[in-house]
Write a new protein. Structure first.
Length: 252
């Protein structure tokens, strides 16, 4: 990768709760000054692009900027592996390893599927336990619900979670008690409560000051909210509104 891109140095970030992987990577890269293995805190959200750049390089991407503005390119392990195979063999992405799991999954497992395989075919292969209520594509925290089971897998599909009727039932939503837990647990240091107020007022300038566009929908705010409010969904709406208005050149 370094040879083909001309990038002078690679930093491999890996969570510090994987000591065996860290030791193996250190041995494999020993003596290579162009590659650094950097253990990172095992905290949810650390793998986000902007956080990785800050943790690995100590640099901050300017507001509204790209990783390149901080002199970095961020690639996940799957992308690097796939690109490496392509450079070595000329074979494009034709298959993907995905995880099937969930309380309604009869046979949880990792499977290799051709890109384009319908979700329904994967469900039939893994089997359903009880009554299927919902299927989530991706991770439990960030994955969206699947609207149509005839949709195909893509090169970015990482897994399917089968949820039973009971597990898929949303909890009753209560008024915000302004406890601040969403602020405390946001890996980007955002203030969802303030973003919500700015979005309700459609205040583009205030949304910019609050960096609403930094949200990457990790789901932490909704997960820790004692009132069970759809905080992540609200942040997504606020971000989409802000970016849309900025593109149009709008303001309050």
């Amino acid at each position: 990768m370094l040879q083909y891109t001309g990038i002078p140095k690679c930093v491999i970030g890996i969570e510090n709760n994987k000591p065996e992987c860290i030791d193996l990577l250190c041995k494999k890269t020993n003596g290579d000054s162009t590659i650094e293995v950097k253990p990172l805190p095992s905290v949810y959200g650390t793998g986000a692009e902007l956080i990785l750049i800050e943790k690995c390089l100590g640099r901050e991407v300017p507001h509204g900027g790209l990783p390149a503005d901080a002199g970095a390119i961020v690639m996940n392990v799957t992308s690097v592996s796939t690109l490496g195979k392509y450079l070595a063999t000329g074979m494009p992405v034709v298959e993907r390893t995905i995880t099937v799991d969930g309380d309604a999954c009869a046979k949880p497992q990792n499977i290799v599927v051709p890109v384009g395989t319908a979700y329904q075919d994967i469900i039939d292969f893994a089997g359903v336990k009880g009554e299927l209520g919902k299927v989530v594509a991706g991770g439990a925290m960030m994955g969206p619900a699947v609207e149509n089971l005839s949709y195909p897998t893509t090169k970015t599909t990482s897994g399917l979670i089968f949820l039973s009727k009971a597990a898929a039932e949303p909890a009753p939503v209560n008024p915000c008690i302004r406890c601040g837990r969403c602020v405390e647990y946001c890996p980007m240091g955002l203030e969802p409560v303030e973003v919500n107020q700015a979005y309700a007022a459609r205040d583009v300038q205030e949304l910019g000051k609050l960096h609403a566009d930094y949200c990457f929908n990790c789901g932490s705010c909704s997960f820790v909210c004692p009132a069970k409010r759809p905080v992540t969904q609200m942040m997504s709406l606020a971000k989409a509104f802000y970016l849309g208005e900025i593109k149009k050149g709008g303001n309050k």
